[in-house]
Design a protein around this ligand. Structure first.
Ligand SMILES: [Fe+2]
Length: 195
């Protein structure tokens, strides 16, 4: 049906991303210039939120799967104004795009040698307000670190992830130069899975 309407489908978007991944060693950050327009094309669909199925988000209550094949995931998440996703890593690359609303977005790289448990020096590599159609690509480890805050009540983001998140993440305090390890779902589960 989508073909008949001429809309860019999720399947087409996933196919285009898979092709880029095959060309760039499964690292979408290496294909940034080509990957960003692919996601922007999908986000130009006004009905994108009607296309997903419910997902249990890690930091947000309303999340949808748009695509999942274990090695590539595309999802949406609604973030009420003021929702802050603390600075964290993923164990893989992650793309963030803004579909509606706005976020304050900060991306970091590890500036230490990662030899000391619980210690981390982070250097800001990107710090901006992202608006609809803005896309940022967080690279693979060890520089897979970002945090963001929703600036409007109707903020929706789209995330594209290279495979599954690491079950246990680092959550960083950039000012105090430390991190704690928490299960990726600890926020949603009220800390029941803290390791
Ligand atoms: Fe993230």
């Amino acid at each position: 049906m989508a073909q008949a309407t001429g809309l860019y489908t999720i399947r087409q978007c996933a196919g285009d991303l898979i092709e880029l991944l095959q060309q760039h060693a499964d690292n979408l950050a290496l294909a940034e210039a080509e990957a960003i327009p692919v996601l922007q094309r999908l986000m130009r669909r006004s009905d994108m939120l009607d296309l997903g199925v419910k997902r249990d988000g890690n930091h947000t209550g309303e999340s949808l799967w748009l695509y999942y094949d274990h090695d590539l995931c595309i999802m949406t998440a609604r973030m009420p104004q003021g929702t802050a996703v603390p600075v964290h890593n993923h164990g893989t690359w992650e793309v963030v795009g803004v579909y509606r609303g706005a976020i304050k977005y900060t991306m970091y790289e590890r500036a230490d040698d990662r030899s000391q448990p619980h210690y981390a020096e982070l250097r800001v590599t990107e710090d901006r307000i992202m608006r609809p159609l803005d896309v940022s690509i967080c690279p693979p480890p060890p520089h897979d670190v970002h945090g963001f805050t929703a600036l409007t009540d109707d903020t929706y983001i789209v995330a594209v992830v290279g495979g599954l998140y690491a079950p246990v993440r680092h959550y960083y305090n950039p000012q105090e130069k430390y991190y704690i390890e928490r299960h990726q779902q600890a926020w949603r589960l009220g800390g029941q899975r803290s390791s």
